[in-house]
Design a binder for this molecule. Structure first.
Ligand SMILES: NC(=O)c1ccc[n+]([C@@H]2O[C@H](COP(=O)([O-])OP(=O)(O)OC[C@H]3O[C@@H](n4cnc5c(N)ncnc54)[C@H](OP(=O)(O)O)[C@@H]3O)[C@@H](O)[C@H]2O)c1
Length: 303
């Protein structure tokens, strides 16, 4: 079968990633990007057993079965599992090869959208390297790789967080983050942060203490913005944005979040398949764009 649309969600075996796959499948039939053909969605996970269990669960979802039965004239969604660990070069290369051989056919681009959702939670200061490695370096590396596979008008959605806002930092560091123009500028700040952590002086250097989650998400917002600008400069007609899903009840926060995973999927799904005009390089929360420099917790928000 050939599909007119192809999408990918990373870290989709549970939480917001899983809900994003489910909501994409439910909402695609009525989305503005549905031009009549079917959508193939790749539910990806680093662990095959967990990914296949998630696929089984989604295939038995009563709402999805109902939506399929009602929609006979195109706009259907098929979901397949693929193993993808964003930190493992071979796993990424294997997935890319698979996408190219399955959907290539000499056409320009193979993907319509990617939701880079995979991340690890805030842990303690012993894991800063791992947190930056997954949430910043590997997510940006996957973004660059997926960018080369995007069709014209394709989209990348990087799931960041409100904690990537700049309210944790002293003025000088905040201004440096805001002034970043290239991914290299942002990575330089990530290096400085890691060096400060290694020397035990991150608080003195103006960085928040902890496992690096906040800094990794600030880096992700800045570097994704830079990637969007550079794609635009190169004349690529693609939309690359970051978002916060809200404070969502998942394993990531020990299930203390206030929103459901389906609610958390709202903004990533909007950025992947609904009408967002031609906005690129922006940060979004609750379906709205927010300037990075103004990003903070909503009024009355309690963690
Ligand atoms: N929950 C919230 O309140 C909240 C708020 C703001 C932002 N976010 C962001 O939303 C996204 C999803 O979070 P969540 O709450 O749904 O967390 P979650 O339930 O812990 O899910 C995280 C997912 O990422 C996967 N993952 C971790 N490392 C990976 C790797 N190297 N390669 C591929 N997949 C990997 C996990 O796989 P395993 O199951 O194998 O570990 C899991 O599927 C994250 O980017 C998070 O930072 C969440």
């Amino acid at each position: 079968m050939t599909y007119s649309r192809v999408g990918v969600v990373t870290g989709a075996n549970k939480g917001i990633g899983f809900a994003t796959v489910r909501q994409l499948a439910l909402q695609y039939p009525t989305s503005q990007t549905n031009t009549g053909g079917s959508l193939l969605l790749y539910l990806t996970a680093r662990d095959a057993a967990r990914g296949l269990a998630a696929l089984k669960e989604i295939q038995n979802d009563p709402k999805l079965k109902e939506a399929k039965a009602l929609k006979e004239d195109g706009g259907l969604t098929e979901i397949e599992f693929r193993q993808l660990d964003i930190t493992d070069e071979d796993s990424v290369k294997g997935f890319v090869k698979d996408l190219e051989s399955t959907h290539g056919n000499g056409k320009e681009g193979v993907l319509d959208f990617v939701v880079n959702n995979a991340a690890i939670p805030p842990l303690d200061s012993t894991v800063v390297k791992t947190t930056l490695s997954i949430n910043y370096y590997s997510t940006m590396s996957a973004s660059r790789t997926f960018l080369t596979l995007l069709k014209p008008q394709g989209r990348i959605v990087n799931v960041a967080s409100t904690v990537g806002g700049l309210f944790y930092y002293p003025d000088a560091l905040r201004e440096r983050f805001v002034a970043t123009k290239t991914e290299g500028d942002v990575t330089a700040i990530m290096h400085e942060y890691q060096d400060a952590v290694d020397a035990g002086v991150e608080a003195e250097k103006g960085f928040p203490k902890g496992g690096g989650y906040e800094v990794s998400k600030a880096g992700l917002i800045g570097a994704t913005r830079a990637l969007a600008w550079s794609a635009e400069k190169e004349g690529k007609e693609v939309l690359i944005n970051t978002c916060c899903p809200g404070y969502v009840c998942t394993d990531l926060n020990g299930r203390t979040g206030h929103s459901t995973p389906d609610e958390g999927a709202d903004t990533p799904v909007k950025l992947a398949i609904h009408d967002i005009g031609c906005l690129t390089g922006a940060f979004w929360r609750s379906g709205e764009q927010i300037a990075w420099k103004d990003l903070k917790f909503p009024e009355g928000f309690v963690l």
